[in-house]
Write a protein that binds this ligand. Structure first.
Ligand SMILES: CC(C)(COP(=O)(O)OP(=O)(O)OC[C@H]1O[C@@H](n2cnc3c(N)ncnc32)[C@H](O)[C@@H]1OP(=O)(O)O)[C@@H](O)C(=O)NCCC(=O)NCCS
Length: 214
């Protein structure tokens, strides 16, 4: 496939086509989860609010202390951009009646937000957000969502998954390192020795990480 064509094609894929690339029903440590893919235009108001609330409670302090600043308006534009595709993770473990096939919208506990983009002449999945609500962390949900992004990217001809992380976000840095992400060549903090955090690059409070899609 010619360069860039994969991105154009993937951007035209429906959420249903993207969802077909991933397992949607998963059990992790006894917790039943459901994954769904939606375009930002397909989100209900309740879903948007829940997505924003998780983001705000996870990230507000980090953004406020960063060079990016806390700017809800531009952040919402980015998160709900027309090209944004969201992988939503809902918990089903406390569904008692058994009559509901899927949990209600308020049960979103985590999500990944991706866009297909061309970066440095490569077709990539750019992960704009990966957010897990505090009470659902360390269950493997972040790993599951990252695998979903890699699977979607693989099936739509992307070469790698990329993302931006604040250097102050130690939990996320440890998480991505555990998953095999490395500093991307485009990262401003890339050190000669491939170190993760270059003390000489104090102007930058973030790094760009990536993982190749095989
Ligand atoms: C970073 C984040 C997405 C990880 O999600 P998670 O579902 O808790 O991660 P997982 O359970 O899949 O963790 C997989 C492995 O990553 C590593 N890891 C995850 N969180 C970690 C932490 N806080 N400290 C150190 N290592 C961590 C561990 O090795 C973990 O395996 P283990 O639990 O068996 O030890 C989650 O903490 C989060 O949403 N944080 C706030 C939002 C954020 O910072 N997002 C990233 C923005 S770039």
């Amino acid at each position: 496939m010619r360069s860039g064509n994969a991105v154009n094609k993937a951007n035209k894929a429906t959420a249903t086509q993207l969802e077909a690339c991933i397992s949607t029903s998963i059990e992790l440590n006894g917790v039943r989860l459901h994954l769904a893919v939606k375009a930002s235009s397909e989100l209900s108001d309740v879903e948007r609010e829940r997505i924003w609330n998780i983001f705000e409670s996870n990230m507000r302090l980090l953004y406020a202390a960063s060079s990016f600043g806390w700017d809800p308006h531009s952040k919402k534009e980015e998160m709900f951009h027309p090209h944004a595709r969201l992988v939503l993770c809902e918990r089903c473990d406390d569904t008692t009646s058994g009559s509901e096939p899927f949990p209600s919208e308020s049960r979103i506990v985590a999500y990944g937000i991706l866009r297909f983009e061309r970066e440095a002449k490569q077709d990539v999945v750019y992960c704009y957000e990966l957010q897990v609500a505090e009470e659902s962390r360390r269950l493997g949900v972040g790993k599951l969502l990252t695998s979903a992004l890699l699977d979607i990217g693989s099936q739509w001809g992307m070469k790698k998954v990329m993302l931006t992380v604040f250097k102050a976000n130690n939990a996320a840095l440890a998480f991505y390192k555990f998953l095999g992400f490395d500093l991307d060549p485009s990262s401003p903090g890339l050190a000669e020795d491939d170190g993760w955090q270059d003390e000489d690059e104090l102007d930058y409070d973030y790094v760009i990480l990536s993982k190749s899609i095989l």
